[in-house]
Ligand binder design. Sequence first.
Ligand SMILES: *Cc1c(COP(=O)(O)O)cnc(C)c1O
Length: 416
Amino acid sequence: MSKYPVMKNFTTRSLNIPFPKKDPHNALAMPIYESVAFEFATAEDIAANFRGELPAHTYSRTSNPTVEYFESKMKALTGAHHVLALSSGMAAISATMLAICKQGDNIISGKNLFGHTLALFEQSLSAYGLETRFVDTTKPELIEPLIDENTRAIYFETVTNPQLEIADISRLAEIANKHNLLLIADSTVTPPSVFNSKSLGVHIEVMSTTKFISGGATAVGGVIIDNGLYDWGKNPNCLAFSKKFGKDAFIARLRKNYYRNFGMPMTAHSANYMIAGLDILELRVERCYRNCMKLGEYFQQNPKVTRVDYPGLEDSPFYDLAMGQFGGVPGTIMTFDLESQAACFQFMNRLKIIRRATNLNDNKSLIIHPYSTIYAEFSEHERGEMGIRPTMMRLSVGIEGAEDLIDDMEQALKTA
Ligand SMILES: *Cc1c(COP(=O)(O)O)cnc(C)c1O
């Protein structure tokens, strides 16, 4: 950050991060470089580039100027050592796992996970001999007994969904560091305007930029953030790269063996949406959060609502961790219950402003009944274990006016 003047505010900083190279036309917005290949002046130059001695863009599956600018913004805004932008949040998670594990290795993961991450760990990676040991990360004392010499990482989500549970991140970092393990956080629901993973000791952050960052659900994407806190010589799969690249070992290995060879790049067009989304991220998050608090109060005083969960509410068991770790903004997803599944369905069908959809952190408020949709394939017992109740709805709170959201709820509840 020393290259830039000191700017305290996230939005001011986002708006003023310089392009990696000066634009020949002095464009104020980063152009979308929709070009696959990039030319070199001489045969000697292109040879030097391929030897790694003349850094430049060559081919957009490996790197692209618009994507690079998005990466440089994320890096400056988070204070990270490196940021790599990929085609999706799932690409960020799968590339990370492939880069740090080999056959026979294991990771320890929080048991309440985004559905496709759970499927990746249980079905896709297990086929390559990578084992996942699941644990309740809100009970860190359960983690150490699961660690053995083949354990490479502890993985968790900053706020689980839809359970809305929060682990003590510094405590997880302590355990990871004691055993030379990586601590990897999926921070999709706690955006960088309110959450700094580096300050809490997280080594690697993975994030679906499809959600908060793109803003308005305009493009699919993901990032891997290397906070520069881990000695890559301590991971046997990164050791060779560590000898050659030192602190840059992880991103060098990722770029070469996974990003490039598996073909996981973010496109220039998607990067353009992410860049625009970042500039107004802080404003959107603040508005969503204020809406969450107003809706929380509304639900708490409404006799038809039998239960409301949001870690930003003072009576939440996770309130103190939410205040300490996420600048008081523990995501903007909340859940609430009505007396029965039938009442939930009737209520949802009568909503006029709040949309019925499965995405998160859109500008629009989105509602879903997880029990009958995302978790429909699980048995009743499994759903019970995961805290997925037939009476519960998940609300991803958007940037509409709170009065309109409450009016919509009110008219839908009257008949529920
Ligand atoms: C959406 C999501 C993902 C996956 O991201 P995609 O961009 O859809 O691939 C991963 N983790 C969490 C917590 C998510 O909400």
